[in-house]
Design a protein around this ligand. Structure first.
Ligand code: UDH
Ligand code: MN
Length: 352
């Protein structure tokens, strides 16, 4: 009899443990999933809404996507407002910095190719940061020194792609952006593209480097322009578009050779197809532009001004749909992925 009671009790305990374990794990699973579903389905309010004076601006909500991979099931979605932001911070560009210094300071948290994921939460977007580049190594070092910690404080899942134009033919900023988009997508399923000049260092980390429900112009208050928009429709410097928004406007034009116009053409594309942009408040969208002269082989091109009248007619043929280039080299280090490309400079523009 005693033996039967003992066996019965043992079985009873075992069953209770099994039932408890099933209950515990399923609850954790459902809690995580309810959290993701609730936050994923909601269009969360932009914590830093727009200056409403601009005619083209609308109040924004930020989009929510979730990128989960194996081993991340138990992490929650990153909060809408990152908890460790500094707000305004000091930027000092006099110190001579080497890539090695920067690597020592900000490298340890990164993965090869300048990739980062927040360790404690799942970022809602996967952001490819695209930098058009030629011969601005000092600028790039400063940019990396300030931007990696900045992007990490924002809990972004991101990768940095420096798109280096090969040779000394006329520079083409916009085409390099399109190439960056195409090359980044070959590496990962990015859903947000952050296009940044190499010389623009943000001064406030509340200026979120993520995508919003309208294409976003982030560099609204640059020191070079007295911390004001030089003109209302400016869409150059730093911009962010979702993959869908970028596809909707067929990317940038590939045919703006030399300085000027390509950013205004993108503005036209956005206005034709999406009809609205967003911006952070000027008090947040503050930047220092690292001092520089106009580069060689990037003279102002007055033909670009004429082309701006033609955006309606050229949008469909000229852009991502007609992009052609040759990759010469891809080098990865801890701070960035450096992609050298032949942008196929037309005859006659190969040297100036
Ligand atoms: N760039 C290079 N190397 C070059 C030329 C340009 O890396 O030889 C890249 C670099 O990322 C640079 C960006 O292209 O930051 C833009 O070039 P820029 O810095 O010479 O342009 P600028 O500062 O433009 O003059 C500021 C915006 C002006 C208003 C927009 C007018 N539509
Ligand atoms: Mn500049």
């Amino acid at each position: 009899m005693k033996k039967t009671i003992f066996i019965f009790l043992t079985l009873y305990c075992f069953l209770a443990i099994v039932i408890f374990a099933i209950y515990f794990f399923s609850k954790k699973y459902w809690l995580t999933h309810m959290f993701l579903i609730l936050h994923g389905a909601e269009n969360l309010k932009d914590s830093f809404p727009l200056n409403t004076t601009g005619h083209s601006q609308v109040t924004e909500t930020s989009e929510v996507w979730v990128n989960k991979s194996a081993g991340e099931e138990s992490l929650g979605v990153c909060p809408e407002t990152p908890p460790n932001l500094l707000g305004p911070f000091q930027v000092e560009l006099e110190t001579v910095r080497t890539l090695e210094d920067v690597r020592k300071q900000v490298g340890p948290l990164l993965q090869v190719g300048g990739r980062y994921k927040p360790p404690d939460c799942i970022s809602k977007q996967k952001v490819a940061v695209i930098i058009p580049f030629r011969n601005r190594h000092e600028n790039l070092t400063h940019w990396l020194y300030y931007l990696h910690p900045f992007l990490q404080r924002q809990q972004l899942d991101y990768g940095v792609y420096v798109i280096n134009q090969d040779g000394d033919g006329t520079f083409n900023r916009a085409k390099l952006m399109n190439i960056g988009y195409a090359e980044a997508l070959k590496e990962d399923d990015y859903n947000c593209f952050l296009f940044s000049d190499v010389d623009l260092v943000p001064l406030d980390d509340r200026n979120l480097y993520r995508c919003f429900s309208n294409p976003r112009h982030l560099s609204v208050a640059v020191d070079k322009f007295d911390y004001k928009l030089p003109y209302e429709k400016i869409f150059g410097g730093v911009t962010a578009l979702t993959k869908e928004q970028f596809l909707t406007v067929n990317g940038f034009s590939n045919t703006f050779w030399g300085w000027g116009g390509e950013d205004d053409d993108l503005y036209n594309r956005v206005m034709l197809r999406i009809k609205a942009i967003s911006r952070p408040y000027a008090v947040i969208g503050r930047y220092k532009m690292i001092k520089h002269e106009r580069d060689p082989h990037n003279d102002q091109n007055l033909n670009n001004v004429k082309k701006l009248k033609e955006t309606t007619n050229t949008l469909d043929q000229d852009g991502l749909s007609s992009l052609n280039y040759t990759v010469i080299d891809i080098t990865k280090n801890m701070l960035f992925t450096f992609i050298t490309v032949d942008v196929h400079v037309p005859m006659g523009l190969t040297k100036k």
